[in-house]
Design a protein around this ligand. Sequence first.
Ligand SMILES: Cc1ncc(COP(=O)(O)O)c(C=O)c1O
Length: 453
Amino acid sequence: MSESTKYFLPEDQMPKAWYNLAADLPTPVPPPRHPGTTEIISPDDLAPIFPRAVIEQEMSTERWIDIPEPVREICRLWRPSPLVRARRLEKILDTPAKIFFKNEGVSPAGSHKPNTAVAQAFYNKEEGVKHLSTETGAGQWGSSLAFAGSLFGLEVSVFMVKVSYNQKPYRRALMETYGATCVASPSPQTAAGRAILAAHPDSNGSLGIAISEAVEVAASRDDTKYALGSVLNHVCLHQTVIGQEAMLQMAMAEAEPDVVIACTGGGSNFAGLAFPYVREKIKGRSVRIIGVEPSSCPTLTRGQYAYDFGDTGKLTPLVKMHTLGATFMPPGTHSGGLRYHGMAPMVSHVKELGLMEARSYHQTECFAAAVQFARAEGIVPAPESSHAIRAAIDEALRCKAEGKAETILFNLSGHGHFDMQAYTDYFSGKLQDPEFDDAALAEALTDLPEIKG
Ligand SMILES: Cc1ncc(COP(=O)(O)O)c(C=O)c1O
């Protein structure tokens, strides 16, 4: 086995096509439905909010979809991202396991999100759109779309979940540096925001509410489209550069993962790393694939698999996914990007097919793992990514207990340089581990839409 610590691919080996898992699934993902009629939607239904090329990708079952050269050219600013062997962490854990991670924190905005932001900005620009509206949780997606918008000369408006807006002021400054505007959601700017503020003046906000606000802006302006940072098929698709690169880099390291791990908010960084491995698993390869989520917002582990709205205001199409209910209000933990009531329909389907496992952790045990990782490897992870690290460490400790030299691969979805208040709160003992509220879940699930036909 190779003795190196980092594995770099030359730029010309950056993937030339995205991998679409829809082509290889044994049964198709249930189709999205119209929020009003609950009929299966047509591409025209999505046209007010998404560009045509993106709608085609959303519905495509082609295995490979070419990445346009202007998108590849921009992604070369940071891609291919490094694969790193966490040798120092292995030593500290005293484990026979080999731990590798793909470092997506090296992108300009600090996470995997620019992989799809650049592609979405490109297609919108091609189709004459002038302005993009979006939501953001912790600010990683908003920063990424702001960055991509600046490269293509698009105006970008971001609705940032209020609790994160207050927790992470420098994320807003970063979006403004890229030329975007960022307001706290719920905001008085939209009917959806005003309705929430009237009912709950002190609302912390949620991704579901911020999505309603951004979709409303896109639907009401001719020059504007909406861009989503996770959940939908085209977003998962754009992230598959991660797993494709990882496969080539694991070959350079002369290793094959026994366990593949990523955190799951809406599911896109998980899909990005895991879907190329899910393809192999469908073909018969033995590999465990684990999605990791917060115990306070346990969509895959505790949610119901049902058609639901992607947003609180019930404007988006209905998709079949694991859901905690579109009105579920997750507590204000520091992993803003994982505080979403739903899951990518494709990830949910993969879970239902038994092709992946899911587990959840409380935030303090994730911060403990993040600090251990930072002190071993030097990189301060995003709170979201610390969920994957917790699981990777636990798998490495299992290997130690069982005396097994397995290979573990996880996705470091982003760095935590804008999340230092969260670390300060952790060190001062202020972070709580809110227990998941079964009563709130039951109430939010009573609101699930009834599907006709
Ligand atoms: C660093 C980081 N990791 C993970 C996520 C979760 O999103 P997804 O599940 O789409 O990868 C986010 C979302 O904002 C994020 O910022």
